[in-house]
Each structure stands twice: as C-alpha cells, then as structure tokens.
Design a protein around this ligand. Structure first.
Ligand SMILES: NC(=O)c1ccc[n+]([C@@H]2O[C@H](COP(=O)([O-])OP(=O)(O)OC[C@H]3O[C@@H](n4cnc5c(N)ncnc54)[C@H](OP(=O)(O)O)[C@@H]3O)[C@@H](O)[C@H]2O)c1
Length: 334
C-alpha cells in the first residue's frame, strides 16, 4: 500500500473523467502526487490500465460509494479527494445527492486537506422549475449543500471551517468527446448534393457549451496544486461554446470531410427513444434557453491552452468515427 500523505483518492477513477485526471495529476512534477483509485472492480480493463500508467504511483482500492465504510477506509491517510459520482448507475437525484453528501462528510471526518467536488449546473433552480435536468440537478443539490455549510461556518465564525477552506467545487459541462459517441455524426447526403457527415442535435442555432476532458483534468490538477487559493471556492469551467453549424464547419475545415448541420426537432430527438431521453433532451433545451455562460477569456488567463474544437480535432485526429468515451457505456454500467 502506498504510504504518503501526497496521495489523492479519485472517486470515478476508471471513468471517462477520472482517467485523464489521473494522468494529469501524475504529470505534476512539482507535487509528485500518488493516486488511490476507487473502483467496484479492480479486475476491470480500465482499472488495470490505471496501474499501467501509474508506474508504481497508482494503487486500486475496491469499494463502493453506496458503502460509506469502504470509502471512509479508502480515505484514511489521503491528502485529497476528487469526487465524480455517477448519476447513471442509480438514475436517482436523491441517491446521487446522498452519495455526494456522504463522501463530503466522510472526507471531513478523515481530515482530508483538499476535496474537489465535480458538479454541474442547477438547471431546475435557474430555470425556476421550468427545465429540470436530473443528472445536473442532483450534483447541484450537493453544491447547494456545500454552499449552505460554508454559510453556516461563516455565521458560526468557524475560522478554519472545513467547507470554507478545504472544499472546491469544479462545475463542468458536457464533454466535447461526446461528439465521438453520443452525438456521433451520421453519413448522408448534404444539402449541396455532396456525400458527407451530418451533425444533428436539437440545438437550433444556439451555442452548445462543452468542455474537453483534458481541460477538466488540467483544472483539477491546477486546483489541487493551489489549495490556498481555491479551498472554499467554486470554479465553473468550459472549453468553448459553438453552434452545431459552427462545429460542422470547423470539422470540414480541419478534416476536409464535407459536413453540415441539419437541425433536429425536439420530437425527432425524443423519438430516438434511448433510456433517459427526456432528461437528455431537457439538458439541450436548458442549453438553448439558459446557456450556461462561461467566461472563456478569464479561464484562458488561468489556462492559456484551453481547448478549442479546432485544436482538439488537430490533436486527436478525429475524422467522425465512433470512439469509446464512457466506461459505463462500454461495460453496461459495471
Ligand atoms: N458525459 C458527460 O458529458 C459528463 C459531463 C460532466 C459530468 N458528467 C458526469 O459524470 C458521471 C459519470 O462519470 P464518467 O463520465 O466518467 O462515466 P463512466 O466513464 O461511465 O465512469 C463511471 C465511473 O463511476 C464509477 N462508479 C459508478 N458507480 C459507482 C459506485 N457505486 N461506487 C464507486 N464507483 C462507482 C465507475 O467505477 P467502477 O465501474 O470502476 O466501479 C467509473 O469510474 C455522471 O454523473 C455524469 O453526470 C458527465
């Protein structure tokens, strides 16, 4: 077992978000982090792959966020915790909210120095109940609880309050990489008669806000490296916001493959009929009507290499083919 107080427990370690975060933390030469990766199955391909990239600085810890004792044990001796709970394994707002709060309370009891909670927008609250998005609102409910506990510490004049000094909320967005899986363009005839790739989402001409997984990883490592500055604060990140027409035009310009945006109605999207399609549609409706806004200029001051779709296409060489993004999709949730 790794013996160091420079170890970070990553919850959601084997997933799409966790894997690049671990790579980025391991690349931080100054801090020389070690990683304890929580997983329900230390025999999975994704778990074993973490050991390979870790070169002795990653260990697996078998546990389950529904079993607080296992996570409390995992937290013993840790410096930090990164927590990305998985809404889709329960599909319940109440369960994910409870998981988040239990993780925070276990971390406070274990005297964790820095806890980063991975959150999403409070859609039901901001839209005044008009557009609830369950998998966003459940994390936002935990974020509200963090805010409430910070306020409580302030009112009680608790000078070194744990939530006010040791917890950072990192509010993310939909992954840019969803374009390679969930929102994969299809081959078809473009309106000018060329054969090409059709990008289709019910976004009308509104900007679609996204974040590249590498940017989430970068900001996570940056926050862990700067507890004094970020403990007790929240940061909303994003890489870029582009209309789907702009995405298609950028794709064609970079790859040379003909591409265009063909609008999709809400009814057509619902007719796709995949599980939780109503929640997925509400997310897009929310983006159409409320954004959210991200201050990319300000974010670029912190992270000058903030990703753009154009840079991502050049970096990854993506040409419209399907790629594996989420572990849950690849393994059926296990
Ligand atoms: N897709 C997006 O665009 C996006 C954007 C921002 C936030 N999110 C949020 O990210 C979460 C999903 O994470 P992901 O995208 O990394 O998905 P993923 O690739 O499917 O990974 C899911 C992760 O959650 C872990 N996990 C699931 N249930 C667990 C449990 N009971 N105890 C311990 N670990 C558990 C899995 O670990 P093991 O299987 O190894 O146990 C795995 O590491 C969702 O809540 C989603 O709302 C997604």
């Amino acid at each position: 077992m790794i013996q160091t107080n420079r170890t970070i427990l990553v919850i959601g370690a084997t997933g799409a978000m966790g894997r690049p975060i671990i790579r980025q933390l391991l690349a931080d030469e100054k801090n020389q982090w070690h990683i304890r990766a929580l997983t329900r199955n230390s025999q999975s391909l994704q778990a074993k792959a973490l050991l390979e990239i870790g070169q002795g600085r990653v260990e697996l810890f078998q546990g389950d966020v529904n079993d607080v004792t296992s996570v409390s044990t995992a937290m013993q001796g840790m410096y930090g915790v990164f927590c990305n709970t998985d809404f889709w394994s329960s599909c319940s707002v109440a369960v994910e909210r409870e998981q988040g709060i239990r993780m925070l309370e276990a971390a406070q009891a274990a005297n964790i120095q820095h806890f980063i909670y991975s959150s999403l927008e409070s859609c039901a609250y901001i839209s005044e109940g008009k557009i609830p998005v369950a998998h966003f609102d459940s994390k936002a409910a935990v974020e509200h609880e963090i805010d409430w506990r910070r306020s409580h510490e302030f009112m009680q004049q608790i000078q070194q309050g744990w939530y006010s000094k040791h917890v950072t909320v990192l509010r993310t967005l939909a992954y840019l990489e969803n374009m390679t899986a969930f929102f994969l363009p299809r081959t078809g005839l473009l309106s000018d008669g060329r054969e090409g790739l059709i990008f289709s989402m019910p976004m009308a001409d509104k900007p679609y806000p996204f974040v590249a997984l590498d940017d989430i990883a970068w900001f996570t490592a940056y926050i862990f490296a700067n507890l004094e500055e970020w403990g007790g604060r929240s940061l909303a990140i994003g890489s870029e916001s582009l209309s789907i027409a702009q995405l298609a035009a950028t794709f064609e310009q970079v790859t040379g493959i003909p591409a265009e945006y063909q609008p999709m109605s809400d009814a057509e999207y619902l007719a796709l009929g995949f599980p939780n399609v109503h929640d997925a549609l509400n997310q897009l409706r929310y983006h159409r009507e409320y954004g959210p806004y991200r201050d990319h200029e300000q974010l670029r001051k912190i992270h000058p290499n903030l990703m753009t779709f154009e840079a991502w296409l050049k970096q990854t060489g993506w040409r419209g083919e399907a790629r594996e993004v989420q572990k849950g999709v690849a393994t059926g949730g296990k």
